[in-house]
Design a protein. Sequence first.
Length: 325
Amino acid sequence: MKTIQFREAIAEAMTEEMRRDESIYLMGEEVAEYNGAYKASKGMLDEFGPDRVLDTPISELGFAGIGVGSAMNGNRPIIEFMTFNFALVGIDQIINNAAKIRQMSGGQFNCPIVFRGPTGSAGQLAATHSQAFESWFANCPGLKVVVPSNPNDAKGLLKASIRDDDPVIFMESEQMYGDKGEVPEGEYTIPLGVAEIKREGKDVTIVSFGKIIKEAYKAADELEKEDISCEIIDLRTVKPMDREAILKSIKKTNRLVVLEEAWPFGNVATEITYLVQSEAFDYLDAPVVKINTADTPAPYSPVLLEEWLPNHKDVIKAVKKVLYK
């Protein structure tokens, strides 16, 4: 094992796959000459040249469309958005073309493309730069949605996403690029659609994904001092969702808290809640509690932002609620 940063894990995944397959290329704003806005493509221009690491104008609709068209014609592009907030400019290409072309062409075209970049809040970036769109993309048939929470998962899941024959939305975080973690030295991939139990427990299940899962770890450490044992599941892939992992855990702990950095209406936590009440209702000893951001645009004020964003104190409160403590 070696210890590297999240951004290095992303760069390694792309570099290794581009060495393996010449049909893979990276395209986006500042990915080449600047080594990536977050240095997640550092050194790639030097190795692969400007034909395979391409800087683009500030035109997400344009380069997303180029990527979709080239994927339909035998390439496997990686399209980087500087943030998924900017992907809204190109969402027509993602939803109406990438996600649907296999069905609309009767299987004549597939679209092996990865759209990647940061999701969610990243400090005081205000309302239009602090949005989490995992549930938006997961709502669309034809798209796979991946949200890693650490360098090991990021590398293995990105390599699997690049090899996938369907369009994949790969969502990272500006606040995780500097995170360090252990990554295997050799070749490995992590299959899409498989969650992981990050922490075994017996009293309550906490399901989360992405950078916000760190708050679940903090809460579990605090609750352990009170002899409360939390089982933490990292979804890793939002769509397809590992339903069996969630249900199996609920049948053991009988209580569920879902932690998600997203607006509270119609999100991933809502889907999980429906899944559990429909397929494991008799195992529940308390109503499900889901923790989300406040139902407002993200504030700029640091004081308001702290109130808006879920934290470990919210998780502790939710766990005690389902335990009737």
